[in-house]
Design a protein around this ligand. Structure first.
Ligand SMILES: *Cc1c(COP(=O)(O)O)cnc(C)c1O
Length: 362
């Protein structure tokens, strides 16, 4: 039997979203962040859809840079965590990948690398308060000078930092990070890149020379209570399947593993062919909305590996074979994520190998 769970990727939505980011962030250039297999949408597919429109791609790992070069992309590609070991540098030179440099050990590998293999473009990463990757602000000028003195480094050195809570539009941490970064990099020349997606939405003063947007490209928001659509973006993924059974269950009977949901009356229970084995979150609670055709119904009981169960009392016309939509333009993935105690990125990134991916030009 062919798989019934399908992720449709809307190429037109990807293009629309990039155009909207460019409009909002102008005159900043846009790094299209395609790490984690393009947030689960498919790295090569997304890069192909955005080729020519993205000023650069950004990836988490060098292997993704290799995949993009193998697919024929000539744009700049920024590896956001840079080399993970000394041997990565020769490969980055060969593939002409930009390297983020965030740690003393990387400086040592760079100093030992052979400049004969070609100029390496680097971005110096400053830790302005996130405390994940980056040099302490007070070290920025010294590290910059060391990079500038290395023969194999492109003289245009970029300057990066990353926000820890830019989706908190009323918060005080982002302005503090912006200030620390601007003080740390005062007097250093080179393009600056601060903002992720929420930075673009909420912090126009941080747009600088480049923005690094992932979520918004896919139409996803991490702003509490807001969907990407609320900001004019279009969801790039629809996850759908089929109804495979409708059973009439009596009042007082309990549904699914551990019987966590009890029928309040005699009622129809629908069964749809999707589960955590596809990437639908097991943590989705009873009441999470699902579309059967265009009717919104609540999920009931525990999500299992291959199946979910639905309260069909409000969908009396439903029949086996009907299309079931788990998320997409008509059902924001942000809402499903909220019901599952996570964020939309986590859900789209979590699609498993058995999901069939198809493309739609819209
Ligand atoms: C993932 C990531 C981004 C993109 O974040 P979004 O919220 O998806 O826009 C930008 N910069 C860095 C360093 C990242 O790790």
């Amino acid at each position: 039997m062919s798989r019934t769970t399908v992720a449709t990727i809307h190429l037109g939505a990807l293009r629309h979203n990039l155009a909207r980011i460019k409009e909002m962030a102008a005159p900043a250039k846009v790094m299209a962040v395609v790490k984690a297999d393009a947030y689960g949408h498919g790295l090569e597919r997304v890069a192909r859809a955005l080729d020519g429109a993205a000023d650069a791609f950004a990836v988490a790992a060098q292997g993704d840079g290799l995949r993009l070069r193998a697919a024929g992309h000539r744009q700049r590609i920024v590896v956001l965590s840079g080399p993970d070991r000394a041997g990565d540098i020769a490969e980055m030179q060969r593939l002409q990948l930009d390297a983020a440099i965030h740690h003393e050990s990387q400086l040592q590998w760079l100093a030992d690398a052979s400049p004969a293999r070609g100029l390496l473009r680097v971005w110096l990463k400053v830790d302005s308060g996130m405390h994940r990757l980056g040099f302490a602000p007070e070290r920025a000028a010294e590290v910059y000078a060391r990079l500038a003195a290395m023969p194999g480094i492109d003289p245009e050195i970029g300057l990066l930092t990353h926000f820890s809570e830019s989706e908190e539009f009323e918060g005080t941490e982002t302005p503090a990070q912006i200030l620390r970064f601007s003080e740390a990099t005062a007097g250093l020349s080179g393009p600056r890149a601060l903002s992720n997606s929420a930075g673009v939405l909420g912090w126009p003063e941080a747009r600088a020379d480049w923005v690094r947007t992932g979520g918004l490209l896919y139409g996803l928001s991490v702003v509490a209570g807001k969907t990407g659509a609320d900001f004019g973006f279009r969801p790039a993924m629809t996850l759908h399947t089929r109804l495979v059974a409708i059973n009439h269950i009596r009042r007082g009977e309990r549904i699914g593993y551990n019987g966590i949901w009890t029928c309040p009356e005699d009622m129809p229970i629908g069964v749809a062919a999707v589960g955590y084995g596809d990437g639908y979150p097991r943590s989705a609670v009873s009441g999470t909305p699902v579309l059967v055709g265009d009717r919104r119904v609540p999920l009931v009981g525990r999500v299992s590996m291959d199946l979910i169960t639905l309260d069909l009392r409000d969908a009396p016309q439903a029949k086996v074979g009907d299309r079931v939509t788990l998320w997409g333009p008509e059902l924001p993935v942000e809402d499903i994520a909220a019901q599952a105690g996570t964020i939309s990125y986590d859900l789209t990134c979590g699609m498993t190998k058995r999901v069939l991916f198809v493309e739609d030009e819209n």
